[in-house]
Design a protein around this ligand. Structure first.
Ligand code: HEM
Length: 468
């Protein structure tokens, strides 16, 4: 873990710096970068990556530009004329799971799909979804109480369970079983490892061997969990039976293409639902696991948050209006998303050749916009590697919050679920803080691995002590 840094003023130590991979001193050569990137992207970064405005990484078949210049970042992400589509590398990484769906499509195809899926997102309405979120949070607290607490409990799969359960109920109106949750957790972990290797080989112009096939196998197993519910409902719809539920699945079966009037085919539905399911829980699960780890390092903060929650609720149940006012818990989550953005890199390409900061960028080049780097750059944030949730409450950080905090992306392709994710996070964190004191076992700080998402490599073991 890197040493504590000095603050910008140079006079005082920065607050607590949680673990992150030590940057390399200098840019790695091709072979070293390949060996490190085989397991994790963030480990390939070097010291200057955290301060430079724009940098080039030459790969055998590809030029990769890391873009940290905030003016260019805003222009590329805003993209009103659709000049910076998502790069094909994204399809390479995610295609087996989500096909060409709302996250991965480009141009007119994306615009048409967004028009088709937008009504389904009415089911992620915050007030309507509140009871579902609170129910799932209470269930996970019960699971934590029932766990064998004589030893540290790995809260990483539990966070996958609770977030997957919430989005599952929102899509299908049914609960996710513990067995289904564990199958998804295991297969998605496998998928990430296989897709990482296959993409690494592809980027370096090498054959992808069996990695792509193995990634597809894990994707198929995740699809099996989803299609077990989708198939009977789809078939019933084809037979003209009246809808039994009002949920995302139903709204997607109602959707019609704006030009042709065609509905989604079953395969297209599988991809859209896989996307909403995965985007809707994996990212939140990762951030919640990191947030609980960060809390476990800060007993005083836990007591402060506990007191704030009790003051807001008067010791009674957590209601919808309380959640909006729990700024201190929301700031904990926002700071976690700054330090550990689940989507650390956003890949884009250009359509027309242009010059960026004096560098000639061509259509086949890969532009990488990295929330991980932008959110840890000392030009944007003071003590950038320190954990300091209250920075979000300080007026002098308003510009940084607006321009240099992009865990949900920005502009045209901004995350549809940002409000949903933040509401469920506050509910889950508040429910856990009310139920337990958290400590982390000595010598077992989580280690990070960065593939499709930024994840704890070996889980997050925590000691859970019930309150009162
Ligand atoms: C902490 C939780 C979450 C994080 C960090 C996150 C992050 C992101 C990011 C960075 C993007 C943009 C990617 C890019 O520009 O290349 C995105 C897009 C998207 N997210 Fe999320 N997300 C989260 C939760 C959710 C949830 C809960 C849902 C669904 C309920 C969701 C659905 C989507 C969809 C559908 C898109 C594609 C939007 C488009 O391109 O039209 N996300 N998300």
């Amino acid at each position: 873990m890197p040493e504590p840094e000095k603050s910008d003023a140079g006079a005082q130590q920065c607050p607590f710096i949680p673990p992150f991979p030590e940057p390399l001193k200098t840019k790695a050569g091709l072979l070293r970068r390949f060996a490190i990137g085989w397991n994790s992207w963030i480990h390939t970064l070097f010291e200057r990556s955290y301060t430079m405005k724009m940098g080039l990484v030459s790969l055998p078949r590809l030029k990769l530009y890391v873009v940290n210049d905030l003016d260019i970042v805003t222009r590329v992400l805003d993209d009103p004329r659709r000049e910076y589509p998502k790069h094909p590398v994204l399809m390479d990484m995610l295609g087996p799971l989500i096909g060409v769906s709302t996250f991965s499509a480009n141009g007119q195809e994306w615009a048409d799909q967004r028009q088709m899926v937008n009504p389904a997102f009415a089911h992620t309405n915050l007030q309507r979804g509140y009871a579902r979120m609170l129910g799932a949070a209470e269930d996970v607290v019960a699971m934590m109480r029932d766990a064998d607490r004589t030893r540290p409990v790995d809260i990483d799969p539990l966070m996958t369970h609770v977030t997957a359960d919430i989005i599952f109920r929102t899509i299908f109106s049914v609960k996710l079983s513990a067995d289904e949750a564990m199958r998804i957790y295991t297969e998605f972990t496998r998928y990430q490892a296989q897709a990482q290797r296959s993409t690494m080989l592809g980027l370096n112009g090498l054959p992808q061997f069996g990695y792509k096939r193995r990634a597809q196998k894990s994707a198929d197993k995740i699809h099996d969990v989803l299609t077990a519910i989708m198939r009977p409902r789809y078939d019933a719809r084809q037979r003209g039976e009246a809808p039994a539920q009002a949920d995302i699945m139903e709204a997607l079966m109602d959707a019609r293409h704006p030009e042709t009037g065609a509905p989604f085919t079953f395969q297209e539905l599988v991809h859209q639902i896989s996307l909403i399911f995965l985007a809707g829980h994996e990212t939140s699960a990762s951030a919640l696991a990191w947030a609980l780890y960060l809390l476990s390092e800060q007993p005083e903060l836990q007591e402060e948050l506990y007191a704030a929650i009790e003051a807001e609720t008067g010791g009674g149940p957590l209601e919808f209006e309380h959640v909006r006012r729990l700024d201190s818990v929301r700031n904990l989550f926002r700071e976690t998303l700054r330090l550990y953005p689940p989507v650390a890199f956003l890949p884009r390409s250009v359509i027309t050749p242009e010059t960026m900061r004096g560098k000639p960028v061509q259509p086949e080049d890969l532009l990488v916009i990295a929330p991980w780097l932008i959110q840890r750059n000392s030009a944007n944030w003071s003590c950038p590697h320190s954990f300091d949730p209250e920075r979000f409450a300080r007026p002098e950080n308003a510009d940084a919050v607006r321009n240099a905090w992009l865990p949900f992306g920005a502009g045209a392709r901004l995350c549809i679920g940002a409000g949903f994710a933040q509401q469920e996070a506050v509910i889950i964190l508040a429910s856990i803080i009310r139920a337990f004191r958290l400590t982390h076992p000595p010598g077992r700080r989580p280690e990070l691995v960065s593939r499709l998402t930024v994840r704890p490599r070996h889980g997050v073991p925590l000691i859970l002590t019930p309150r009162g």
